[in-house]
Design a protein around this ligand. Structure first.
Ligand SMILES: Cc1cc2nc3c(=O)[nH]c(=O)nc-3n(C[C@H](O)[C@H](O)[C@H](O)COP(=O)(O)OP(=O)(O)OC[C@H]3O[C@@H](n4cnc5c(N)ncnc54)[C@H](O)[C@@H]3O)c2cc1C
Length: 378
């Protein structure tokens, strides 16, 4: 169900992309972060869609956010910036932050004046995130953080980091606490270059070498960090699924335009049954993914548990986006193999979707655990 505000944000996004889409290409080629485009997205309210107006946001609902992610999904580096800022940083801040924390961080994040990052993954802890080894010990005056995070989106461009660290190493997942850490606290970072896709999105390593953080910067309660991480990822998975839907829509639109234009055997490719079969499968994957995404979103908005539905949407839409991008290249023939054609970038950008915020294998294990009541995780 779309209300006028959802249509409005779609229109705004389309207008923004008329110029920003082509501009993004140069940043992708240089693997450079598109700061001017981020500034423009901030000014349009794209970085704080569901944040209340009194906290600097656009004050719209979660569906408006998903509509925006769909529209931006074909430009995955930009979509990724929107998802990290809103699903991974603003969502937990709004849900678990104290009034003082919200006042300090939310308005600047929502307006895009600063960027935030979500620091869970470590070199030795990926899918098994609860095994993380970053430590935070209380020295009588502050928490002292020691450890390293890797693959962190916005690692080099963020000013605020949500860092997950062990305050009670003996307590396993229940000994993890989340901290709001500022770059000025002494965080050091290093870029990770050479990504297959998302080339204009920033990814980095985050070093925490004796970074001192006051008690007031714990997000939620001590020991609640892993629960916060999992709840955050539930929302993140719906937004990734929406981004995947947008990527599929773009791949289908480009393919339709191409097959109408390109002629072989005396007629447009669009007239061949096997080409139409590709297009039909693309459309089916796109619509099935959209329904799963909105099913999860409705449950979330109604306040029901939606962990299962978020995993179903993320698993299906991310795998489907890879199938659709593959078919888009197939119908473009050899031309699709060249970067000059946008489907080449869509194919590269689709690949990350089955990996981050829980791989496809992890989603299957979560769904399996829900169905059987037995966790197959070690
Ligand atoms: C571009 C990019 C951006 C990212 N951004 C962030 C970010 O902002 N913040 C953050 O915290 N992290 C981020 N990540 C990390 C991402 O979430 C992890 O890469 C992901 O969770 C997988 O962890 P891993 O890479 O260590 O793979 P591993 O966990 O080592 O997995 C390797 C393979 O083994 C499989 N596997 C693992 N365990 C099992 C099992 N029990 N059963 C079956 N198969 C299994 C996996 O599914 C995968 O196929 C990002 C990653 C990338 C590439």
């Amino acid at each position: 169900m779309e209300i006028p505000e959802h249509k409005e944000i779609r229109t705004l996004a389309r207008r923004f992309l008329e110029e920003a889409g082509p501009e993004l290409k140069a940043y992708e080629e240089k693997e450079a972060f598109p700061w001017p485009l981020v500034e423009r997205m901030g000014a349009l309210g794209f970085l704080g869609v569901f944040v209340p107006e009194e906290l600097g946001g656009a004050g719209l609902d979660f569906f408006a956010y998903l509509a925006l992610l769909e529209e931006m999904g074909g430009y995955a580096s930009l979509r990724s910036i929107l998802s990290v800022q809103q699903s991974l940083v603003l969502t937990p801040l709004l849900a678990y932050g104290t009034e003082a924390q919200k006042r300090r961080y939310v308005p600047r994040l929502a307006r895009g004046e600063v960027l935030g990052a979500f620091g869970l993954t470590e070199p030795g802890a990926g899918s098994d995130a609860a095994s993380l080894s970053t430590r935070a010990h209380w020295d009588g005056e502050a928490y002292v953080l020691e450890g390293q995070k890797t693959f962190i989106s916005h690692g080099n461009v963020a000013q605020v980091f949500l860092i997950f660290a062990k305050t009670d190493p003996e307590a396993g997942a229940k000994g993890i606490t989340s901290f709001l850490v500022e770059r000025e606290d002494g965080v050091k970072t290093a870029p990770l270059k050479g990504k297959l896709g998302l080339r204009a999105a920033d990814t980095g390593v985050v070093f925490l070498d004796g970074v001192r953080v006051p008690k007031e910067r714990i997000l939620g309660r001590e020991g609640e960090g892993f629960r916060i991480a999992l709840a955050t990822l539930d929302t993140g998975r719906i937004s990734l699924a929406a981004g995947a839907v947008g990527l599929m829509q773009r791949a289908l639109d480009l393919s339709l335009a191409y097959v109408r234009e390109r002629r072989q055997f005396g007629k447009p490719l669009a007239g061949f049954q096997l080409i139409q079969a590709h297009l039909a499968e693309m459309k089916l994957d796109l619509e099935a993914s959209r329904l799963l995404t909105y099913q999860a979103a409705w449950k979330k908005v109604r306040g029901e548990r939606y962990t299962l539905e978020a995993s179903l949407a993320k698993l299906y839409a991310s795998e489907a986006a890879n199938r659709v991008a593959y078919r888009a290249i197939q119908v473009h023939g050899g031309y699709g193999f060249f970067e000059e054609y946008e489907v080449a970038r869509l194919y590269r950008d689709a690949r990350i979707l089955t990996l981050y915020e829980g791989t496809s294998e992890v989603q299957k294990l979560l769904i399996g655990a829900h169905l059987t009541g037995m966790r197959a995780f070690a």
